[in-house]
Design a protein around this ligand. Structure first.
Ligand code: PDD
Length: 285
């Protein structure tokens, strides 16, 4: 088992992989990314992740130099080579390497970096006890639906959360809850589940869309609608969704208990339904 990287067609150990300091990803954050994880070596929802990568790349005018099927082959082969049972696949595509100048360079070749490493997943304690979240003012740009490399506000928000003994920071814009620094948010009120609708300030989470389907299948009322921070503080349950965290219970919000202060029944039901869906749908490499 080893951390490995694919950089513009070349495979190497992760520690030996390099890109130029003139890469626009390094100079400007001029690029887009995706994070995929495997279940038992199979990259999960790879088609959805590659489709979203294309949407992000198109939004900033970067041409991905590989087809969907070529990307799929590279990713599957990397997962096999890395040999972890749970691999985190990080894909980063930048506009390429050129002397620093804001203007798009002519005839530049995009840089494609794909790394494969052991995926960190939430601990049993986090699953059993739930995690704490804190809210922060949303200072991000108005195209958060594009998975761009420009994550400074997310980095600062997550650091603030960790410094506050919380696991995740939740962005709040004009009193409305948006999403986490690296996750989407759901709130349970009785038999109803609310998540803020996709839009310019929210990433269309792949896990989010899967959880929305599961909520409907469980016969609960699913509402994609705006949620104020005030309303969130009255939720019976809160949970986060994301590729590596799956469905993760939140038991403290801004240092106060959420509902009973324990992971709720609905969250647990959805976590179980999520695992069943993974077993049912993850394909063999
Ligand atoms: N984060 N919102 C934001 C801002 C995110 O960065 C992420 C994912 C999500 C959840 O999306 P998905 O379910 O498709 O993983 C929502 C990844 C994992 C990251 O940046 O590491």
């Amino acid at each position: 088992m080893a951390n490995i990287a694919f950089v513009n067609g070349k495979w190497s150990p992760l520690s030996a992989a390099t890109v130029s300091i003139e890469d626009r990803g390094f100079q400007f954050g001029d690029g887009v990314y995706e994070v995929i994880r495997t279940y038992d070596k199979n990259p999960f929802r790879i088609e959805a992740h590659l489709a979203r990568l294309k949407i992000s790349a198109d939004a900033v005018g970067i041409n991905i130099p590989y087809s969907f099927s070529e990307m799929g082959k590279i990713i599957r082969s990397g997962c096999r080579k890395a040999e972890f049972s749970v691999t985190q696949v990080y894909i980063q595509i930048t506009r390429g390497m050129a002397p620093r100048n804001h203007r798009f360079p002519k005839r530049v070749k995009p840089t494609v970096v794909i790394t494969f490493r052991k995926c960190k997943t939430p601990s049993n304690k986090m699953r059993r006890e739930g995690v704490s979240i804190v809210t922060v003012t949303d200072t991000r740009w108005s195209r958060c639906c594009v998975k761009s490399l420009n994550l400074l506000p997310n980095v600062l928000a997550r650091e603030h959360a960790l410094q506050s003994d919380a696991t995740e920071a939740i962005f709040v814009r004009d009193g409305k809850v948006m999403e986490g620094a690296g996750s989407n948010l759901f709130a349970v009120f009785g038999q109803s589940v609310i998540t803020p609708p996709d839009g310019p300030y929210i990433l269309s989470g792949i896990t989010k869309s899967m959880v929305i389907q599961l909520i409907k299948q469980e016969g609960l009322r699913m509402q994609e609608k705006r949620l104020t921070l005030l309303r969130l503080t009255t939720a019976d349950e809160v949970f986060l969704s994301g590729t590596t965290i799956e469905v993760l219970p939140v038991t403290r919000l801004n240092n106060k208990p959420v509902g009973t202060g324990q992971p709720g029944k609905t969250t647990q039901t959805l976590y179980k339904a999520f695992q069943e869906e993974v077993l049912r749908t993850s394909q063999t490499v």
